[in-house]
Design a protein around this ligand. Sequence first.
Ligand SMILES: *[C@@H]1O[C@H](CO)[C@@H](O)[C@H](O)[C@H]1NC(C)=O
Ligand SMILES: *[C@@H]1O[C@H](CO)[C@@H](O)[C@H](O)[C@H]1NC(C)=O
Ligand SMILES: *[C@@H]1O[C@H](CO)[C@@H](O)[C@H](O)[C@H]1NC(C)=O
Ligand SMILES: *[C@@H]1O[C@H](CO)[C@@H](O)[C@H](O)[C@H]1NC(C)=O
Ligand SMILES: *[C@@H]1O[C@H](CO)[C@@H](O)[C@H](O)[C@H]1NC(C)=O
Ligand SMILES: *[C@@H]1O[C@H](CO)[C@@H](O)[C@H](O)[C@H]1NC(C)=O
Ligand SMILES: *[C@@H]1O[C@H](CO)[C@@H](O)[C@H](O)[C@H]1NC(C)=O
Ligand SMILES: *[C@@H]1O[C@H](CO)[C@@H](O)[C@H](O)[C@H]1NC(C)=O
Ligand SMILES: *[C@@H]1O[C@H](CO)[C@@H](O)[C@H](O)[C@H]1NC(C)=O
Ligand SMILES: *[C@@H]1O[C@H](CO)[C@@H](O)[C@H](O)[C@H]1NC(C)=O
Ligand SMILES: *[C@@H]1O[C@H](CO)[C@@H](O)[C@H](O)[C@H]1NC(C)=O
Ligand SMILES: *[C@@H]1O[C@H](CO)[C@@H](O)[C@H](O)[C@H]1NC(C)=O
Length: 403
Amino acid sequence: MVEARCCFKLLYAILVVVLLHMSSPCIGCSERDRQALLALKQGLVGDDGDRLLSWGREAQNKNCCQWEGVYCSSNQTGHVVKLDLGDQSLQGKISPKLVHLQHLEYLNLSFNNFGWSKIPDFIGSLSNLIYLDLSYANFGGQIPNQLGNLTHLQYLNLSSTSSSDIRPPPVNSIHAKNLNWLPNLSGLKHLDLSYTNLSDIVGWLEAVNMLPKLTNLILWRCKLPPPIISSVSLMNSSNSLVHVDLGLNNLNSSIFQWLSGTHTNLVYLDLSYNNFNGSSIPASFGNMSSLAHLSLYDSQLEGGIPNSFAKLCRLRELDLGVNSLSGQLSDFVETLSKCAQKTLESLDISFNNISGSLPDLTNFLSLKHLLLQDNNLSGRIPKSIGQMSKLETIGFGWNSLEG
Ligand SMILES: *[C@@H]1O[C@H](CO)[C@@H](O)[C@H](O)[C@H]1NC(C)=O
Ligand SMILES: *[C@@H]1O[C@H](CO)[C@@H](O)[C@H](O)[C@H]1NC(C)=O
Ligand SMILES: *[C@@H]1O[C@H](CO)[C@@H](O)[C@H](O)[C@H]1NC(C)=O
Ligand SMILES: *[C@@H]1O[C@H](CO)[C@@H](O)[C@H](O)[C@H]1NC(C)=O
Ligand SMILES: *[C@@H]1O[C@H](CO)[C@@H](O)[C@H](O)[C@H]1NC(C)=O
Ligand SMILES: *[C@@H]1O[C@H](CO)[C@@H](O)[C@H](O)[C@H]1NC(C)=O
Ligand SMILES: *[C@@H]1O[C@H](CO)[C@@H](O)[C@H](O)[C@H]1NC(C)=O
Ligand SMILES: *[C@@H]1O[C@H](CO)[C@@H](O)[C@H](O)[C@H]1NC(C)=O
Ligand SMILES: *[C@@H]1O[C@H](CO)[C@@H](O)[C@H](O)[C@H]1NC(C)=O
Ligand SMILES: *[C@@H]1O[C@H](CO)[C@@H](O)[C@H](O)[C@H]1NC(C)=O
Ligand SMILES: *[C@@H]1O[C@H](CO)[C@@H](O)[C@H](O)[C@H]1NC(C)=O
Ligand SMILES: *[C@@H]1O[C@H](CO)[C@@H](O)[C@H](O)[C@H]1NC(C)=O
């Protein structure tokens, strides 16, 4: 009898569990997560249409998994895994209760206005985060080292301001004293710290180089100091990189050594607005066989175009304007016609010191933009240029060309 009752109890318990599971969409989010979201809402103000308006305390609105911008795990445990509050005009203070969302994998607070306050240290306790987007959200101050705790992170965007390149960044824009925390993020694929102040970080390249899975590295206008190339950084030079933007920094030509390593997957490379004074375009770039976009604009380069560029068969945009390049235009054209003549869409070699006459370019079937102004070109503009049906922009000025 005792046994039977026990058995009955057990069956009853199983039934309850099964029923709970079947009806779990109605159970909704976990109470702890709901309280954390309500605390977050309390610290923030948005605009008339922000997502927080759908977050409520009312009984009929208890299921936080149905609140706008909130996404729960599909395994019916009711844990919030994704919080998308990008572009909601939010201001105010981020409640530390946010860390109660221990299952959070995606946090997007971009395009809001946190008044140049520091990125909260406690974000480092959201240890399951995979995506963290705090870009263009008017955060300031020092990047917290606690980010080194986010070892599952694949995407980190702290890109700091949407203001124009000319306007100086706000006094308290995001900066870092070191990047010692960065190598901890060993799964990182996308890193964007554009407009942050990294001027103190002599070893930035060493830190970046320790990220074996990095595909996108965007450090535009970070006041990066010239890289220090050690045997270590060359040995570990990453093959995973696809998109590298290091424009508008204080790099010197030592960066070429690092890039010439093994970057066969590189599709996009922007090194514009640096100071490669006295250096020529490195021949090793011709080995980047996937390269589609190369910008070396305004970087004090000298010499001509390396013969190895004849191997770039996927090149679509080549931007070499505003340098001290010299040589014959026919040499540039001949080198590029070897392989890139079907793909090349844009060629900018304006504001250099290139001589000779303009050769026939009709083999460049995709060419849309051709900028040659401010050079030392002479002779006649070939009539065949009129047959180039794709051509949209031509710049010839400040040469001695005749029509
Ligand atoms: C349910 O999903 C969450 C978030 O993805 C995860 O942390 C948790 O371990 C999962 N629970 C079960 C029982 O699978
Ligand atoms: C974050 O939100 C912004 C604005 O809605 C969006 O443009 C961006 O793609 C989002 N970031 C990520 C990583 O999904
Ligand atoms: C780092 O993570 C550990 C374990 O998840 C946690 O105990 C610790 O508080 C975190 N540290 C910081 C600074 O976030
Ligand atoms: C970082 O965010 C900015 C602004 O949202 C965006 O333009 C940029 O593409 C993002 N970077 C990456 C690597 O996604
Ligand atoms: C790196 O992560 C480990 C845990 O994996 C942690 O103990 C350590 O403090 C982290 N280092 C930094 C600099 O964040
Ligand atoms: C950049 O940071 C360095 C120190 O971290 C500081 O000396 C410099 O003034 C900062 N520059 C700007 C424009 O904030
Ligand atoms: C190379 O990078 C890995 C991380 O990807 C790191 O563990 C290792 O120490 C680095 N090697 C050297 C010699 O720095
Ligand atoms: C670039 O700057 C670093 C650090 O100041 C220096 O060690 C290196 O020699 C420089 N490289 C060139 C090519 O001038
Ligand atoms: C460029 O290098 C030359 C010598 O090669 C030097 O005289 C000149 O001062 C340098 N200019 C800048 C801006 O560094
Ligand atoms: C290009 O790659 C080949 C094969 O890996 C190598 O032998 C050559 O030295 C490289 N050229 C340059 C300029 O780096
Ligand atoms: C322009 O290049 C020619 C060689 O093609 C060179 O002799 C001349 O000095 C260069 N002029 C300037 C201003 O750099
Ligand atoms: C322009 O090119 C001619 C040869 O076509 C050369 O003699 C002259 O030095 C060049 N001018 C400059 C300023 O480099």
